[in-house]
Ligand binder design. Structure first.
Ligand code: MEV
Length: 317
């Protein structure tokens, strides 16, 4: 019998990716049309069993976990240990509609879903920051040295202004809604590999890379102010400038550049890659539902493997 259930949304980075790893701000928003779900069942045998049919993975207690499941096993073990329940056997069933390796927070979402399911099973009430701290156990293994923005936005389930090591701040928006369209390139990239690569490049040329990160961080700060005033045009400009900076960092790809050009040619107010890059997704800001439909057709024609939409509105903050 299932004793606990937890769910969590995907996420997109509106602005500030990569720079956020070096202490600059970023803005992230939940992507609620995609979800991860975990179900906890108590078992007689001690240890953690993880069942993930979507990934074709099954970890039986006592076996060596695969790279996909090892972080979740560690998270569950530490969660049980911190509540004095290490001897308890649990089976955790995992399901997710979030594409893996596309910058949409699949790892963070499944980690938050597992934490919430364990809380539910054990009758524990944790706040969003505590849930985020548990999810970070897995995230640190998935992504090496992550900034923490992904689990933070997923656990808080609201748009956030994030600076590494600090409590996330809610994003304030003005009277107008902001409509975003996310296009999946269908190409996966490992966030850990991309971040490691950029760290090595920065070591070789710190001044140049830090100037890109300063620009990205400044654009995130400007975007935060622009969101308050409700100027979609200005937000779009910030996004497109951020894409140019991310191209200089070296994390775009021909397909991401093509999606950005397609979006800008077909009425988007701004567009950029979202997440670690070198594959993954593009995010575009559109003015209204009509533009959204038009652009969806164009991006599908340009090869998008999936299109998602999200709106940032006053109700969200
Ligand atoms: C990944 O969603 C965002 C990156 O900035 C990595 C991180 O913040 O840990 C690329």
């Amino acid at each position: 019998m299932v004793s606990g259930v937890g769910t969590a949304p995907g996420k997109v980075l509106l602005i500030g990716e990569h720079a956020v790893v070096y202490g600059h701000p970023a803005i992230a928003i939940p992507l609620r049309s995609l979800t991860a779900r975990a179900e906890v069942t108590y078992t007689r045998t001690p240890g953690i069993e993880l069942v993930a049919p979507d990934m074709d993975e099954h970890l039986v207690p006592g076996e060596v976990p695969s790279p996909a499941l090892a972080p979740l096993q560690k998270l569950a073990e530490q969660f049980l240990a911190s509540f004095g329940e290490s001897g308890q056997g649990v089976r955790i069933d995992l399901h997710s509609t979030i594409p893996v390796g596309r910058g949409m927070g699949s790892g963070a979402a499944i980690s938050v879903a597992v934490t919430r399911a364990l809380c539910d099973a054990m009758g524990r009430r944790l706040n969003a920051q505590q849930i985020c701290d548990y999810a970070m156990i897995a995230e640190t293994i998935y992504h090496d040295a992550p900034s923490g923005v992904d689990p933070a936005v997923v656990a808080h389930d609201r748009p956030i202004y994030f600076v590494k090591g600090k409590e996330p701040r809610p994003v304030q928006t003005g009277p107008t809604d902001f409509h975003f369209l996310i296009a999946d390139t269908g190409m996966s990239a490992s966030t850990a590999d991309v971040v490691r690569d950029i760290r090595a490049a920065r070591e070789r040329d710190r001044a140049t890379y830090d100037s890109y990160f300063w620009e990205l961080g400044s654009l995130a700060s400007v975007a935060r102010e622009v969101l308050k005033t409700g100027s979609a045009g200005e937000l779009g400009l910030c996004m497109t400038r951020a894409h140019r900076a991310l191209q200089s960092v070296g994390v775009s790809s021909p397909q991401l550049d093509q999606f950005v050009s397609t979006a800008l040619e077909h009425g988007a107010l701004g567009a950029k890659l979202s997440g670690a890059g070198r594959g993954g997704a593009m995010i575009a800001l559109v003015e209204n539902a009509e533009d959204e439909e038009k652009l969806t057709r164009e991006l599908v024609g340009a090869g998008a493997a999936g299109i998602y939409t999200t709106t940032l509105s006053n109700d969200d903050v």
